[in-house]
Each structure stands twice: as structure tokens, then as C-alpha cells.
Design a protein around this ligand. Structure first.
Ligand code: GCU
Length: 410
């Protein structure tokens, strides 16, 4: 009985700053062989080492883009949103037979000079939920049937259900395009043994699931975003050199990882991404590896599970995921009541990525404690704010992203 009692106790998340263990972070500016990284050229070598650890121990390696990847504009309306925007829907086909594809929904400002910069990210519930526009094609499930899948079908969500999270008109008014993909077009968000998403398209003979160092769902989503970039470079309305990845929570983890694997993305914005996203893992504050792996066994690669309750043994920490963005701008947003995501740990990853930015001639973040609530910091190429309120992505968050993007894109 006592044993069971203590086990239960051990599973409570820690929200007590005084119980954060003492830890030493891996040094992004030291090679695995101990050499100091003191030049941009040396950083390129170090970057490859860090990327490899994230690939094989955290998110899992992903395949090359399909050789049959191709695109088709499915719809285009130049008079959307009271003539303010052009709405396009573009299919990105993963296979020649066009059985597997994702649909990018885009709004492009009509009032603009040249190609538009774009905020691009995954949505949770279907493209038709990001905006009240009745003409958005409803997302459907095109993957194989999801036997026993717990994830709700996109069709069960109302049009515009997520519009508070996607201030499309505000972004258009500020000269930005918005692009989004329903994440279920790439891989469903439940533990289906990797049968229904893109994974089976790449299994070798006799293979039924990814190997221990191969992609989980977060890597599949990031891979999908990277495939979308292949489309953006072909679209004359979009400035593919100014694509800012943006994501809330699990999609924030994905945005950071996508920015790491595909350096064509010019910016990454993480909103409340927490464990496996922006938060320093060694703090073990709020969500930890054992918790995320139990709740979402499909997100990370199998190897990652070795580090449950052993965060200190993982050769990287999340400040190095931020550093993989360098010198490109990255923005980290937290919410003060979202303790599960560890706001202070999210801030600190920006601080500890800063030496890499400095080596590359950019400014990052300074500080040891959590910044003041609702006072965004954007002194250089790493931005941060902690908003009042809880786990969500709000107009306030987006207003800061626009300011940050204005600074770097305009
Ligand atoms: C859960 C999960 C988090 C994740 C969040 C979300 O809370 O534990 O890791 O970020 O869902 O995606 O909203």
C-alpha cells in the first residue's frame, strides 16, 4: 500500500521551483570530442551533431520527400474575405496515384506589393475550422480507416470552430498570408501503430512500424510541413524566403522541429510548446518525458522512451533545438498559467541558445528569471513573451508574432 502511495506521489507533476533538480545543460558550443566551437564554420559541424541526436533519439529520422511529390491548385477565389484576400486550396500529393495527399489552405492579401510573407502551421480540427468562410473545403479523413481511433473526425467540428486561434483578417490587414494544413492529412494524432498516416508509404519489405530511430508522429508532421515548402517555392504569390512556421502546443513542438530539419523556413514560432518543444527538459517541471510518452506514445521515436525519468542522460536539451534555428529568428511564447508547459523553462531555452546566435552575429535573450507578464522581449533574433492566462493561442500572441515578423521581414 505504501509503495503504491509513493508511486502515485511520484507521478504528480512538479510545480515547485525549489524542487527543480540541479542540472548541467549540454553545451551547444562544444563538439562531442570536446573541441570548442568558435567559428561559424565550426558551428556547421556542431549543428550536424546536434541534429543527429534529435533525429535518432528524440523525434526520429524521416525519409526524403517522395519522388512523386506533386501539387495541384484545387480552388482559387480572388474575392475572399470581402475581397481582402485570395483563397487558394492546394493539394500536395505524396503518391503518384494521388491516394495520399494533404491540402494547404491559403489566404493571400490582395493589397500588397510583390510576393507575400506567410505564417504557416498545422491546425487541429480541419481547415474549415480556422475561419468562418463558408467556402473552405471541409477536411476529411483520406487515410485508411482508423479502427478504434480516438481522434475525432474533422467533420464533427463546426466551420470556424478554431477561428479564435487564427486571426486571418488581422494577418491579411498586416500584409501577411496565412497557410495551414490539417495535421490529420499527414498523420492522425493517436497511437495507431503507425498504420494510417504517411508512415506505411515508406515501410521496407516486411516492415510494419518505424524502427527505434525512425519517425514518430511529430516528425511525420514536420516532414509534411517541409513537403509544403516544396510547393511554396513554386507559388508566385508567396515569398518562400519569408515563411514563418507557427504552432500551438504539439504543433509548436512540430514547428520548431520543422525549422530545424528544413533551413528554407525563415522563422519559427513556438506557442506553449512545453515538453519536447521549447522547455528545458532537465528542469523536470510540469510535463516530463515519462508523462508525454505515456499520454502520447506515438509522438516521439521509440528510442526516446529510454530517457523516461532520465532526462539528464539525453545528450541534448531543448535549448539546442532553438539553436538549430540560428541565425534565423525564433519566437517563444508562453502563458503564465500553463505551468504544464513550464514557461520559465521555455524562456531559458531561448537564453541558452543565445551563445550560438552571438557566434553567428545575432542577439538573443538575457536573464535568469521569468520575464514580466505581458511584456514581450524582442531585442534581437530570439523573441519571448509570457502572456497572462492559460494554454491557448490568442490574438495577443499573434499580435506579438506580427511585430516580430515585421522587424525581421519588412
Ligand atoms: C497535452 C500534452 C502537451 C501538448 C498539449 C497540446 O497537454 O501533454 O505536451 O503540448 O497537449 O498539444 O495542447
Amino acid at each position: 500500500f505504501l509503495g503504491a502511495f509513493f508511486t502515485l506521489k511520484a507521478q504528480e507533476p512538479n510545480y515547485d521551483e525549489s524542487k527543480v533538480p540541479a542540472y548541467t545543460l549540454p553545451d551547444p558550443l562544444r563538439m562531442e570530442n570536446g573541441d570548442e566551437v568558435n567559428s561559424p564554420a565550426k558551428w556547421v559541424e556542431r549543428r550536424a551533431e546536434i541534429l543527429k541526436v534529435f533525429e535518432t533519439q528524440v523525434y526520429g529520422k524521416m525519409p526524403e520527400h517522395p519522388k512523386d511529390l506533386h501539387f495541384r491548385v484545387l480552388s482559387e477565389d480572388r474575392y475572399a474575405l470581402s475581397n481582402m484576400a485570395t483563397r487558394k486550396e492546394v493539394a500536395v500529393y505524396f503518391t503518384k496515384d494521388e491516394q495520399h495527399y494533404m491540402t494547404i489552405l491559403m489566404y493571400i492579401p490582395n493589397k500588397r506589393r510583390g510576393e507575400a510573407p506567410v505564417f504557416f502551421g498545422l491546425n487541429f480540427k480541419g481547415n474549415h475550422t480556422i475561419c468562418d468562410d463558408p467556402d473552405i473545403t471541409e477536411s476529411v479523413t483520406r487515410m485508411k480507416p482508423r479502427e478504434g481511433g480516438s481522434e475525432k473526425q474533422p467533420g464533427t467540428f463546426k466551420r470556424g470552430a478554431e477561428s479564435s486561434r487564427w486571426p486571418v483578417e488581422m494577418l491579411i490587414a498586416n500584409g501577411y498570408a496565412v497557410a495551414t494544413v490539417y495535421r490529420g492529412d499527414i498523420d492522425p494524432d493517436y497511437d495507431d501503430g503507425f498504420q494510417n498516416g504517411v508512415h506505411p508509404l515508406f515501410y521496407g519489405k516486411g516492415q510494419t512500424r518505424p524502427r527505434a530511430d525512425e519517425w514518430g508522429t511529430l516528425s511525420a508532421w514536420a516532414w509534411g510541413l517541409s513537403c509544403a515548402m516544396d510547393y511554396f517555392v513554386t507559388d508566385e504569390d508567396i515569398d518562400s524566403k519569408k515563411v514563418a512556421l507557427v504552432g500551438h502546443s504539439r504543433h509548436g513542438k512540430t514547428a520548431l522541429w520543422a525549422g530545424a530539419i528544413d533551413q528554407r523556413f525563415a522563422m519559427a514560432i513556438s506557442n506553449d510548446s512545453g515538453c519536447g518543444g521549447a522547455a528545458i527538459s532537465r528542469r523536470k517541471y510540469g510535463e516530463t518525458f515519462s508523462k508525454v510518452n505515456r499520454l502520447f506514445p506515438h509522438w516521439f521515436c521509440e528510442n526516446f522512451k529510454q530517457y523516461n525519468d532520465k532526462e539528464e542522460l539525453l545528450p541534448v536539451d531543448q535549448h539546442e533545438l532553438i539553436a538549430l534555428m540560428a541565425p534565423r529568428p525564433v519566437y517563444i511564447a508562453s502563458a503564465i498559467d500553463d505551468k504544464w508547459a513550464d514557461p520559465k523553462g521555455e524562456f531559458l531555452s531561448g537564453v541558452h541558445a543565445t551563445p550560438v546566435y552571438r557566434l553567428l552575429g545575432r542577439e538573443g535573450l538575457n536573464g535568469t528569471g521569468l520575464p514580466t507578464v505581458n511584456q514581450p522581449l524582442m531585442p534581437g533574433s530570439i523573441g519571448y513573451h509570457v502572456r497572462s492566462g492559460n494554454h491557448d493561442i490568442t490574438l495577443y500572441d499573434w499580435e506579438q508574432f506580427v511585430k516580430f515578423a515585421d522587424k525581421h521581414f519588412k
